[in-house]
Design a protein around this ligand. Structure first.
Ligand SMILES: NC(=O)c1ccc[n+]([C@@H]2O[C@H](COP(=O)([O-])OP(=O)(O)OC[C@H]3O[C@@H](n4cnc5c(N)ncnc54)[C@H](OP(=O)(O)O)[C@@H]3O)[C@@H](O)[C@H]2O)c1
Length: 241
């Protein structure tokens, strides 16, 4: 039986790299996106050319009806679910004073969507399944401009820890990966000076690449990671910022 992985926000960036890696590991991959249909279609083609199988599913995970329908569609199409990667995310950074209610609600809309994706996933995952959530290294420090963004991710970290205690009875692991600065479209807000400072803060003198994160997620999604659950794994090249 081929195993099935659903990756939210897989059309671009880190999610795209995760989808490619899980397809290479032999999973049928459900590629979720919200807007960029062309990018999702290109990814499905690329996975197919590499000998894998993938299908794209449009759904705004912040919309709870669409969120539930996504899980219905994936399980109807593939017959089950083994791995759920909650990767979809947005960045809304700004001073504490500058973050308005709309930006706050967009961020926490993703957090709410992630909670219910975890609930929808738990109702459909086969025993010994995996949930991997994407948080951020910004929950580890006192970064300015990130109170709402990091706060929205801190809640996801607590969902991760708490659910891991319930999910273990079925052999399901629940973990989170906390990337440092990783080169994707989400960094559009950052200036060249900010990116250079982030680069210098790592131990390797380079920014993270989506593949750096995808490899960690793929390990957590694998059978050898069966004894790791409820953990928050920082993957930031040793950045101390
Ligand atoms: N890159 C970094 O430096 C970094 C650092 C720490 C944590 N992270 C986290 O890593 C995850 C991936 O980030 P990224 O850098 O790869 O971002 P990205 O390049 O901006 O890609 C975001 C992805 O999420 C999708 N998405 C956004 N809102 C969605 C929604 N409501 N429903 C479904 N899909 C949605 C987008 O779909 P469309 O293409 O359809 O718009 C896109 O595929 C996020 O959770 C982010 O917070 C990133």
């Amino acid at each position: 039986m081929t195993r099935v992985a659903l990756v939210t926000g897989a059309s671009r960036g880190i999610g795209r790299a995760i989808a490619l890696r899980l397809a290479a590991d032999g999973f049928h991959v459900a590629v979720n996106y919200v807007q960029d249909e062309a990018a999702a279609a290109t990814l499905v083609e690329e996975i197919g050319r590499g000998g894998g199988t993938a299908t794209s599913f449009r759904a705004d995970i912040a919309d709870l009806d669409a969120n539930r329908r996504l899980f219905d569609a994936v399980t109807a199409r593939f017959g089950g679910l083994d791995v759920l990667v909650n990767n979809a995310g947005i960045a809304e950074l700004g001073s504490f004073d500058a973050i308005g209610a709309d930006a706050y609600d967009r961020l926490f809309g993703i957090t709410r969507g992630t909670y219910f994706a975890m609930q929808n996933g738990m109702r459909r995952l086969r025993d010994d399944g995996r949930i991997v959530n994407l948080s951020t290294g910004l929950t580890r420090n006192w970064a300015p401009l990130a109170a709402a963004y990091a706060g929205s991710k801190a809640a996801i970290e607590q969902f991760t820890r708490s659910l891991s205690k319930e999910a273990g009875t079925r052999g399901i692991t629940v973990n989170a990966v906390l990337p440092g600065v990783t080169r994707t479209d989400i960094l559009d807000w950052a200036t060249a000076e900010q990116l250079e400072a982030a680069r210098l803060q790592t131990s390797f003198g380079r920014l993270g690449e989506p593949q750096d994160i995808a490899d960690v997620v793929a390990f957590l999604a694998s059978e050898p990671a069966r004894w790791i659950t409820g953990q928050l794994i920082v993957a930031n090249g040793g950045s101390t910022a």
